[in-house]
Design a protein around this ligand. Structure first.
Ligand code: MD6
Ligand code: FE
Length: 216
């Protein structure tokens, strides 16, 4: 196993540009981790992780839940944002303050002031879970950036171009890293390689990703 995959090796605090208006803020979320995990435990108790089905009929390998006014959902009808959790019929849990404040701080650091997310998609990866190349285009306003927080086992993030066929670059995302992208990079294809088997001291074998957006 490559030890470098398991920590920042001193990179926390570094802003690593991955596009004209896209950056990985290494370790930005580290001070927030206790609050994030506490909020996640409450969220999970009300809106559990589940595997959704794609419009093509495949069950996603990533399990997900949501908080905020809008939650991202998928079923045979398509991908969209919905105010209610299809599992419980209830509104998604409110966006925890810890999520919203981290997102606003990271967006501002990346050059997007006044980011006020109304949707947070939470993805849980177990060994083998992956996300194929996709664009995030279900949001109403592409003017707002996306803020993505990684916790737990590291993953390889694929960041491509504006065409599906554009060869993506690969970036490791470690516990506490925050990726922000918007503007001219907002619609770039991206994905996550299958998660490797590994152990994280706080999260065990899993990777958690929070993706905060302005959806409505
Ligand atoms: C993930 N993230 O990192 C998957 N989308 O688990 C995404 O699909 C994503 O990280 C838009 C913006 C940032 C992201
Ligand atoms: Fe995405």
């Amino acid at each position: 196993m490559n030890l470098e995959l398991f920590d920042h090796a001193g990179s926390a605090g570094i802003a690593e540009p991955i596009g004209e208006q896209a950056v990985i803020l290494r370790g930005e979320a580290l001070p927030d981790v206790p609050r994030l995990l506490d909020a996640l435990a409450r969220l999970e108790a009300v809106a559990p992780f589940r595997h959704m089905v794609t419009p093509g009929g495949h069950t996603m390998s990533v399990a997900l839940t949501n908080c905020g006014t809008w939650g991202w959902v998928s079923d045979r009808q398509g991908y969209r944002y919905a105010r209610h959790d299809p599992l419980t019929g209830r509104p998604w849990p409110a966006m925890p303050e810890a999520f919203a404040s981290l997102a606003a701080r990271a967006a501002a650091a990346a050059g997007f002031p006044d980011f006020a997310p109304d949707a947070c998609l939470v993805n849980r990866y177990l060994p083998g879970s992956r996300l194929t190349l996709h664009q995030d285009r279900n949001e109403r306003d592409f003017g707002a950036p996306i803020v993505s927080v990684s916790l737990g086992v590291p993953a390889v993030f694929l960041f491509g171009g504006h065409e599906r066929a554009d060869r993506p670059r690969r970036y490791p995302l470690f516990h506490g890293d925050v990726a922000v992208w918007g503007g001219s990079d907002r619609l770039r294809y991206h994905g996550v390689l299958p998660l490797r088997e590994a152990h994280h001291p706080e999260l065990g074998g899993q990777r958690i990703n929070f993706t905060l957006r302005k959806a409505g």
